[in-house]
Design a protein around this ligand. Structure first.
Ligand SMILES: Cc1cc2nc3c(=O)[nH]c(=O)nc-3n(C[C@H](O)[C@H](O)[C@H](O)COP(=O)(O)OP(=O)(O)OC[C@H]3O[C@@H](n4cnc5c(N)ncnc54)[C@H](O)[C@@H]3O)c2cc1C
Length: 475
């Protein structure tokens, strides 16, 4: 035994209390919460990106890539809903974000650029670091990808892409979302290689401004891509294809509405819920009130409704309600929505309900895709100068072609979550292994828990989970 311990002491250079895998919003907010709790702890965040707190969402460089909710809705402090508004007020007063004046609304109603939101998250981490330092707690950023994870009775061991190995008492999977385009299924269709990254602003500037651009997917990522195209000077046609041809609605600021789900727990099945929601929206409209008001009261109940539903009910929701839910619930920031609407009215942007069937050879350059329009039996080919893939997120870890998801599945340390969305976990975030046993050293938060709570990605979800998980880990 002594020899084994001696070998481990040499191999595992870093010993930590908490190893956080992924330094996006989730991992960073978890670290910030841990630093503020009593006790001395060493926290390591393993994140390949140069900066913590950003991930894909908050690395945005385009000013027009804004949050999809206003400042009043996007605090990372569950105890202070005005936290972002207060930070922004000080930031603007100090000369930051001068373009905010163009929105001509109070600070709490501003939709900040996501890159700026990343700076806010980083500042909150820096402040938490200062608080933690008073009791000897630290956070270090290790720039690498975790490629393997093992657990024994006494510790967790991580293997990193650079060969380094880390050891800790507890570890948290804060690995975020995996883009659908990077999965083997779409790779095999060649889509990944042929399509532009929807956030690659530089690539959009390279396009012929009058050329036709094809976009697959019509959600908020498409909206970002259209903003970038416009900003890059593109003035040609934009053809958008998505299965249902639905665009996100614009986010308005509806007044408060009675919490009809809080009062009535008998509403359970997707059909009952939808019927009641429609009725409430109709009542609102009749009273001259925005239909978004009743819709927004549903938000706080989603986790409860999803977790108490049967798999069959969840499947019904995904199959029949999801497309409509996504376009009504994940709404577009007003400035971006106005741009999409203008291009649509000018006839420059067309949206078609059609499913993507694959790529076709394009000997003359550009890109050719095969699609099948909704209601038609035959597919057809559409040609453009460039293709943007904004078809979404891969939540099924079995299809994510990254080493860590593959390894933890193969080792039986995790099991797929309900409907194979992310991974299964207990209420406190403890990951369930292949046998269904809750781990005492392995936890998860954010998008990997999509299957447990359905909505597990937005800023408010992540902020609440970070606080609760920090208390759990510290306890
Ligand atoms: C483009 C976009 C815009 C969004 N806009 C909004 C919005 O306006 N409002 C809102 O409420 N929500 C929004 N969201 C949702 C939500 O806020 C984000 O998904 C949030 O970033 C989730 O944080 P995360 O840290 O869990 O995941 P991510 O931000 O995806 O970060 C995960 C990190 O983990 C790292 N990682 C992954 N695997 C490993 C590994 N094996 N080893 C080490 N590191 C690893 C990745 O490099 C990444 O940086 C948006 C999401 C996206 C993608």
């Amino acid at each position: 035994m002594g020899g084994l311990f001696g070998k481990q002491a040499m191999t595992y250079q870093h010993q930590a209390n908490v190893l956080i895998i992924g330094g996006g919003l989730s991992g960073t907010m978890l670290a910030a919460q841990l630093l503020r709790l009593p006790g001395q702890r060493r926290i390591l965040i393993i994140e390949p990106r140069a900066e913590l707190g950003r991930g894909e969402a908050y690395s945005a460089v385009e000013l027009g890539h804004t949050l999809n909710g206003n400042a009043a809705r996007m605090s990372v402090d569950p105890d202070n809903p005005d936290d972002l508004t207060q930070w922004l007020t000080a930031h603007i007063a100090a000369g930051g974000w001068p373009e905010s004046a163009e929105q001509d609304v109070p600070v709490n109603e501003l939709f900040p650029p996501r890159g700026l939101f990343g700076a806010y998250v980083q500042q909150r981490l820096a402040e938490a670091r200062a608080v933690g330092a008073l009791q000897g707690s630290t956070v270090e950023h290790i720039r690498a990808e975790v490629v393997d994870l093992q657990i024994d009775s006494g510790s967790v061991q991580l293997t990193l892409s650079d060969g380094q190995r880390l050891q800790g008492s507890q570890t948290v999977l804060a690995t975020g979302m995996f883009p659908a385009a990077r999965t083997p299924q779409t790779q095999s269709s060649g889509l990944n290689a042929a399509a532009l990254d929807p956030w690659d602003v530089a690539a959009m500037r390279e396009l012929d401004p009058q050329s036709t651009v094809l976009i697959i997917g019509s959600g908020l990522t498409m909206v970002d891509a259209v903003v970038s195209l416009e900003q890059a000077g593109h003035r040609g046609p934009i053809e958008v294809f998505s299965r249902h041809g639905l665009l996100p609605h614009v986010r308005r600021q509806p007044p408060a509405w009675v919490d009809f789900l809080g009062d009535d727990h008998s509403l359970r099945t997707p059909r009952q819920l939808l019927r009641e929601l429609r009725r409430q929206c109709q009542v609102a409209i009749t009273q001259g009130i925005d239909w978004q008001a009743p819709l927004d009261t549903v938000r706080v109940h989603i986790a409860r409704l999803w977790s108490q539903a049967t798999d069959q009910q969840r499947r019904q929701f995904v199959r029949h309600v999801r497309p409509c839910w996504e376009s009504h619930h994940h709404r577009s920031p007003p400035l971006s929505a106005a741009l999409v609407e203008r291009l649509y009215k000018e006839g420059r942007l067309r949206i078609q309900a059609a499913s993507f069937k694959g790529l076709e050879p394009s000997p003359d350059g550009g890109v050719r895709i095969r699609i099948r329009r909704r209601g038609e039996s035959e597919s057809c080919v559409v040609q453009g100068a460039a293709l943007i893939n904004s078809s979404g997120i891969e939540y099924d870890w079995r299809r994510v072609a990254r080493p860590l998801p593959q390894q933890v599945l193969a080792r039986g340390l995790v099991q797929p979550g309900p409907l194979a969305l992310g991974i299964a976990a207990a209420v406190d975030g403890a990951v369930l292994d292949a046998e269904g046993c809750a781990a005492d050293r392995l936890f998860a938060m954010g998008p990997p828990l999509r299957g447990m709570w359905w909505e597990s990605t937005a800023v408010t979800d992540v902020a609440l989970q970070a606080k609760a998980l920090a208390v759990r880990l510290a306890g």
